[in-house]
Design a protein around this ligand. Sequence first.
Ligand code: AMP
Length: 479
Amino acid sequence: MTFADLGLSPDVLKAVEETGYKNPTPIQEKAIPYVLMGRDVLGTAQTGTGKTASFTLPMIDILAAGQAKARMPRSLILEPTRELAAQVAANFETYGKYSKLSMALLIGGVSFSDQDAKLDKGVDVLIATPGRLLDHVERGKVMLNGVKTLVIDEADRMMDMGFIPDVERIVSLLPPLRQTLFFSATMSKDMRKLADKFLHNPKEVAVSPPTSTAATVTQQLLMVQKMEKRPALRKLLREQDVKNAFIFCNRKKDVDILLGSLIKHGFNAGALHGDMTQSHRMETLEKFKNNEIKLLVCSDVAARGIDVSAVSHVFNFDVPTHAEDYIHRIGRTGRAGQEGHAFTLATKADEKYLDAVEKLVGRQIPRMTLSGMEEVAEEAARISEREKRNSGREKSGQRKSGSRKDSAKAAAPRKSEPREEKKTPAAATPAAAAKTARSKPNGSKSHSRHSRDDDAPVLGLGENVPAFFNITFRKSAEK
Ligand code: AMP
């Protein structure tokens, strides 16, 4: 099948041809004809399947007829993260180059005034993260009763991130007579229930998630003790021929801690997670793409959908708790037939998640040994000993100050990643994150910052904030 068989307009076909795509992907083949018919679509597809073009291409044709009014967008695309929203906007720019559609991107971390100015002129396509869109609605800057096409993308991620109440509120402001396209990587019972609320007699299209990993990626797994993770990672980074790498952590908190550790140990690293300001995230990503930053420590949510070619390595600092994330993660290396390498650090406690990953990819990830593990174990023992010491000191400190309750609260794990776009800028920098880490119950305030025996400055970054942080923060604050 060709793109021309799908019923797209000559303008869109010309733009698609210029991107170099030869044939539509399965999700494009299945979804585009229904979208063009004006049907609601319930799509099961992940990023990487060509899902974005499956709704952007037909939308460009649907929106070709009609005109936008001030503050009344004609279509709305909801995305869970700023990066995904920005990527969808880039897709519209690419595929819509011969169509005269106006577009606005409403994401957190970007000034309201530019976004307001665009809305005032009237937009055909509004691409937004839920929080920022509601901010605009509450300020009376946008009315949603003119939206005739709604896309809810990555609905399962929206749910993971706690955005569904916001999405429901947004949908309640839309006219009931509209076309709705609902995409999710997985289609659980909960997802279907949710989709039922938004869709009318939808056509269901599904493409199976990729369950295989590229043959060009070598995969290895190193079993370690929890405390051995950081020293083992450093050893791998030093010994492997790493040109650039994504390093994945399961939690945002650990992204900050690991970044601090890597910088302290002389690695050229940056981080990407949802608590950073938009400008800082974009700046970091740009530096990574330009090779100014070699290692990018990130969470799955922040890295999802980011398209960087030529990445030599992926390191899973944690085994992902969602098995599909393993495929997403390691799919960032070995692209377009290039060679890639993926290393995963796992502890005994990860066995359940590891089983799920291996079941999904249909094979066992080869186990590796690391020469010099004795040094790693020794270093880990020192870290462990120090943490015990600090924790003892903290406890006695707490008893003295009676602040136990607060500390316990601070240490309680968060149920899910908090919404990204409502963060205050004050908490959105590595420096601020370091400050937060400093105040954690087992922080290393009492620890000498000159001691050589562990990763102390990670938690005790305090007065020792590297110039790198300040410069980056100042720069993004100035923007
Ligand atoms: P997506 O799933 O929308 O994030 O797309 C994943 C990647 O596939 C992006 O880099 C797209 O540019 C690319 N892509 C989309 N459609 C096609 C196609 N028909 N042929 C080849 N690549 C495509």
